[in-house]
Design a binder for this molecule. Structure first.
Ligand code: CA
Length: 224
């Protein structure tokens, strides 16, 4: 199994390469995004370990470039950034897993093995409920083929609802996942954004998909 480590911190890159080789993998390293993208496209890697904060082209952009070129090599983000929106963003771009520094090498190894075992099955790039379709890579949403213009937050909110379609999501969970805030701080940010989202996603259509569950939160589903 051949792995590519894209990491600008020389010590971390060397430590990872040594650890991976001792665990039976072949490991190449790249210390910036441009070289990393180039190697990723040349070498036939089974998995890429990708740092987010890189000089020049950052990790998000490396992943975006790969996915746009239909390169579906599994990617594990390795990063010091641990906020929930970052994690959600990484996964939406098509990352397979996300590990926050500092980490135990044994944990990294376990995650790598899980991803490799899972094989090439991919998160679908497109998700849909009834006539609503979202393209998680291009950040586009349509209903009956008609494009819906959303702000980045609205898109994040909608994609959370679509991914968890049929589940009632509490305001607390939504606030945590989309805004990384504690809902108990008394904000009505979730309701305000949900109102705007419904105006765009549901108001122009007969079939309503977003439903309020009184006292709990919201659910997106097709109801007969
Ligand atoms: Ca870095």
């Amino acid at each position: 199994m051949k792995l590519l480590v894209i990491e600008d911190e020389h010590k971390t890159a060397a430590f990872l390469k040594k650890g991976l080789e001792e665990s039976g993998f072949v490991a190449d390293t790249a210390e910036d995004g441009e070289v990393g993208t180039y190697l990723a496209q040349q070498g036939d890697y089974d998995l890429i370990i990708l740092d987010v904060m890189l000089p020049g082209q950052d990790g998000w952009s490396v992943l975006k470039t790969l996915r746009l070129r239909r390169d579906q090599t599994p990617v594990l983000f390795l990063t010091a950034r641990d906020s929930v929106p970052d994690r959600v963003h990484g996964l939406e771009l098509g990352a397979d897993d996300y590990l926050v520094k500092p980490f135990a090498f044994s944990e990294l190894l376990a995650r790598i093995r899980t991803i490799l075992r899972r094989g090439p099955a991919r998160q679908p790039a497109t998700l849909w409920v009834a006539d609503l379709e979202i393209d998680v890579q291009r950040h586009k949403a349509t209903r009956s083929g008609r494009q819906i213009d959303l702000t980045p937050k609205e898109f994040l909110l909608l994609s959370l609802l679509v991914r968890r379609s049929g589940d009632v999501l509490s305001r607390t969970l939504i606030a945590e996942q989309v805004w990384d805030i504690n809902f108990d701080s008394g904000t009505n940010v979730v309701d305000v954004h949900m109102h705007r989202l419904r105006a765009k996603v549901d108001d122009p259509f007969d079939l309503k998909l977003i439903h309020t569950v009184r006292g709990i939160g919201y659910v997106l589903e097709e109801r007969a």
